[in-house]
Design a binder for this molecule. Structure first.
Ligand code: ATP
Ligand code: MG
Length: 466
């Protein structure tokens, strides 16, 4: 009785686990391959430990190590303050306001070193919805563990002793492939609504199941994401889309009730049946590239996700009497304006998107010098990949993509022959049916046969018709 009372005030959990005492696992139990731990991570933990501090690899890196995956980056947790950390390394910078952390650089490699956070977030400044605005209260390691989001993200690995410290049953959840939030789910989502997006991303990426009480509040609490600064939501969206499991993530977002009305981009993407095929292809190809270790350009990705919105507006402007090229630019402006506001699309990404879109009608102009000029465009490759997606989705005849593939690969005289062949081909397509041409508006420009715009007009009515 008295024991139970004492346990209660000490905060011992119902399952009998004392949250201040970690389960400690040795190498035979956790089976982490030390070769998967980066040398720089070992240098950082060792340097801190030699200076008398505690230091561990923490978070996603430990999770990945336990899953036998080589982590892509290493976060370090320590009881040294940011100032103390900074003094120990030649290239170390204190960054951040909301959470102060230290960036330690080794050449191109960057490690984030975080001081253990205490559970003082009860007193931390919050917004009117309960979102924690700043949290720089330092505290003991067990409090740092309790502040982390999911049990599988709250383990610590010491490379020196090769031990894992587990405060919240993370190892069991890893084995059972379960995503479980630490603490009361509602309270944790209120403190930081981005956790709802994180759980979905991890579930899709790791193929884990979201434990029912962790999942239950999400559809109800989803609107809280609206109060999170757009730049942070955008970062998380980017992580989600570049996780190598973007399609699975979007499906999971939908099934968790997270896509609706919250993320303007996803609303657009998931609710346009015409664009669905295009978007699915784009995401499949993105996932494929990420899994193959190839780079993905966020500009290309967002250009794909929003293309059908651009098409729709492009079509509307032309119906209102604009000529094709200015109409395309107006449509791009509209889409970018809305999305920049909602999503904090960085300017560089927006510029890439505009370039990719603006190039598209030029692929349909296969006369004179135009194709040669297009080849010299600094973003030709992205525009060409985008064109292939349009062909693959059925928006454009496959022949255009094939022609460009040949033209791109060809040398010298072969290109002339390809051009001649393209011009010899009847303009009204393989089927022999005449395409409807838009009524001519404004003066015809030199080298800009309007007949070449016809396929775009067709596509602007919506993909998948051909
Ligand atoms: P990955 O880097 O593979 O996306 P990760 O788990 O390492 O996954 P990070 O964003 O790098 O994710 O965060 C590192 C760690 O910090 C997490 O593992 C978690 O312990 C903690 N963390 C990150 N974001 C939050 C959050 N919003 N709430 C609570 N803890 C968080
Ligand atoms: Mg990480």
């Amino acid at each position: 009785m008295i024991k139970k009372f004492i346990r209660k005030i000490l905060g011992v959990k119902e399952d009998g686990r004392d949250p201040t005492q970690p389960v400690i696992l040795g190498p035979e139990e956790h089976k982490i391959d030390p070769r998967n731990v980066s040398r720089n991570a070992v240098t950082v933990t060792q340097t801190l430990q030699e200076a008398g501090f505690k230091a561990f690899v923490v978070g996603g890196a430990v999770r990945d190590l336990l899953l036998g995956v080589k982590p892509k980056d290493f976060d370090i947790a320590t009881d040294a303050t940011p100032e103390q950390v900074k003094r120990l390394f030649r290239r170390a910078f204190i960054i951040g306001r909301r959470f102060q952390i230290v960036h330690v650089m080794f050449g191109q490699d960057l490690l984030e070193v975080t001081t253990f956070r205490g559970n003082g977030s009860d007193n931390a400044p919050k917004d009117e919805h309960g979102r924690v605005l700043r949290d720089n209260n330092f505290g003991p390691q067990h409090e740092d563990a309790a502040r982390r989001d999911f049990t599988i993200n709250a383990m610590y690995y010491d490379p020196a002793t090769q031990t894992v410290l587990d405060y919240h049953g993370g190892i069991e959840d890893i084995r059972a492939k379960t995503l479980r939030i630490i603490g009361m789910p509602e309270a944790r989502y209120r403190e930081d609504p981005v956790r709802m997006l994180r759980v979905v991303r991890f579930a899709a990426k790791l193929g884990f199941t979201i434990e029912p009480t962790t999942r239950a509040p999400i559809p109800v609490m989803a609107p809280l994401i609206d109060n999170v600064p757009a730049a942070r939501v955008f970062d998380e969206m980017l992580k989600l889309l570049l996780s190598g499991h973007a399609l699975a993530c979007l499906k999971e977002l939908r099934s968790a009730g997270l896509h609706h009305g919250l993320l303007p981009l996803l609303d657009v993407v998931l609710e346009q049946p015409i664009g669905m095929k295009f978007v699915t292809l784009a995401l499949e190809s993105t996932d494929g590239r990420v899994k193959a270790g190839k780079g993905v350009s966020p500009g290309f990705l967002f250009a794909s996700l929003l293309w059908h919105q651009v098409l729709e507006k492009w079509n509307a402007y032309r119906a209102a009497g604009e000529s094709p090229i200015p109409a395309l630019h107006l449509a791009a402006d509209d889409v970018l304006d809305t999305q920049t506001e909602n999503l904090a699309l960085q300017r560089r990404i927006a510029t890439d998107m505009r370039d990719i879109w603006a190039m598209q009608p030029r692929f349909e102009r296969r006369t004179g010098k135009a194709p040669y000029k297009l080849l010299e465009h600094p973003r030709f490759r992205a525009g060409y990949d985008f064109l292939l997606l349009r062909c693959e989705s059925g928006e454009l005849p496959g022949e255009i993509g094939e022609w460009w593939t040949a033209f791109y690969a060809a040398e010298g005289g072969e290109r002339e022959a390809l051009l001649a062949a393209a011009n010899a081909r009847p303009r009204d397509g393989e089927s022999g049916q005449k395409r409807k041409r838009p009524p001519r508006r404004g003066p015809r420009r030199r080298n800009e046969g309007e007949g070449d715009q016809a396929p775009a007009t067709n596509s602007a009515r919506g993909g998948g018709e051909e």
